[in-house]
Design a protein around this ligand. Structure first.
Ligand SMILES: [Zn+2]
Length: 71
C-alpha cells in the first residue's frame, strides 16, 4: 500500500501501463468517435492487425468513411 500512483491499465490486457508507453487509438466513422482505447504497445499492434482485417474494404460496402487516429 505504499504506491498509490498505480498507472492506469491497458484497456485490453489490463496490465498496468505507464503513460510513456501508452498508445491511444481513436476510431472514427463519419467524424463520430466510436471507439477509444488506451493500449500497451503489444495490444496496440494486435489492435491494428484486427482493425486492418475487419475494416478491409470490401467492394462497394465502403460507404462509411472510417479513420484511425493514433496519439
Ligand atoms: Zn495490453
Amino acid at each position: 500500500m505504499s504506491d498509490e500512483s498505480e498507472p492506469d491499465p491497458c484497456n485490453d490486457c489490463r496490465e498496468p501501463l505507464q503513460d510513456a508507453l501508452a498508445r491511444t487509438v481513436r476510431l472514427t466513422v463519419d467524424r463520430s468517435q466510436i471507439d477509444r482505447q488506451r493500449l500497451c504497445p503489444e495490444c496496440f499492434a494486435d489492435w491494428i492487425d484486427r482493425y486492418e482485417i475487419e475494416m478491409k474494404p470490401t467492394d462497394d460496402s465502403a460507404n462509411d468513411e472510417s479513420e484511425i487516429i493514433v496519439d
